[in-house]
Design a protein around this ligand. Structure first.
Ligand SMILES: [Zn+2]
Length: 316
């Protein structure tokens, strides 16, 4: 009987793997270094090793595994099972990763972009449970995203849909790392927020923050009453509310979910998001659309990857 799926969240530093049951509960999980500097063969070996280790730790034999879902940061050719380009895993560019891992493990492997996988995880058992159509923004070093419409991840014609962070928020704004101008990622990602905070301090605005600090320090300062930090977080929320409105107008989802470390800011971030949506969105788009924070934290990627494997195997 096959009653388990494996989810793998492949990152530039670590590989997280988990044995997940058919209800989306993580039975066993673990993490090992990716060892990107050792080259393609080593990384593939580590992916397989991570999967085998969690199976062993959970006491689950391969004949119980329905499939493996592999979440990868980067652009993919899903039909061919190939990673086209991954900035954090350059040794895997052009690698036929799906078949390499499947051959070594002896079970079917499904490839998915990591942000899409995380969105699927939230839909399966997290904040989006029960929804059929949702958009999820993941706020971190960049702004990633996943779009699910009518229970299907939207991949687009070329498997590169869902680049939510690279929608333009200022048509004549600053240049983004992607080459576009004025992307929301440039302003509302963690580094974007830090840059705006440092600019405010340089202009002489009062703040308890000095020297080098991270986005989490800004949200903590905001919570502790630092007015400048509070304004920077609020403006971040307003930008995110603006792009959430874009998604509502274009896609009419049931839910918009925000994920990533930044949501630790709580109401300081969510309130301006909701205010901005209230100001901007069509009544019909707002009707029935819930805007919430994610629930699965750092496990969303591996749970979602497992969910993609289950779906591919004909499960939920
Ligand atoms: Zn961009």
């Amino acid at each position: 009987m096959t009653d388990r799926v494996i989810g793998i969240d492949l990152g530039g530093t670590n590989i997280k793997a988990g044995v997940v049951d058919l209800e989306g509960k993580v039975v066993q999980s673990g993490s090992i270094p990716s060892e990107v500097d050792k080259g393609r063969e080593a990384v593939v070996k580590n992916i397989c090793h991570a999967a085998e280790k969690v199976m062993k730790d959970a006491g689950v034999k391969p004949d119980r595994i329905k499939g493996v879902g592999l979440g990868v940061p980067g652009t993919l050719d899903l039909e061919a099972g190939v990673i086209l380009f991954s900035p954090n895993l350059p040794c895997l560019n052009e690698a036929p990763i799906r078949d390499l891992v499947s051959e070594q493990l002896g079970v079917p492997v499904v490839l998915e972009n990591d942000a899409n996988a995380a969105a699927w995880g939230e839909k399966w058992v997290g904040a989006g449970k029960g929804a059929h159509s949702l958009v999820m923004f993941t706020l971190g070093t960049g702004i990633g995203g996943g779009i699910i419409i009518n229970d299907e991840i939207v991949h687009g014609s070329n498997d590169v849909a869902g680049e939510l962070g690279h929608q333009t928020i200022l048509w004549n704004g600053e240049k983004c790392a992607c080459g576009n101008i004025g992307c929301v990622e440039r302003y509302a990602s963690c580094p974007g927020m830090v840059r705006r905070m440092k600019a405010a301090i340089a202009r002489g605005e009062p703040s308890r923050l000095i020297g080098d600090f991270e986005a989490a320090d800004i949200t903590r300062a905001a919570q502790a009453g630092d007015e400048t930090a509070r304004r920077i977080v609020e403006e971040t929320g307003r930008m995110l509310g603006t792009v959430a409105t874009n998604m509502m107008h274009i896609l009419n989802p049931e839910m918009i979910i925000f994920a990533g470390g930044m949501i630790a800011a709580g109401g300081f971030l969510l309130t301006p998001i909701l205010d901005e949506v209230k100001k901007r969105a069509f009544e019909a788009s707002k009707k029935g659309c819930r805007i919430v924070f994610a629930e699965l934290g750092g496990d969303a990627g591996l749970i979602g990857a497992a969910g993609c494997a289950l779906k591919a195997a004909g499960g939920k």
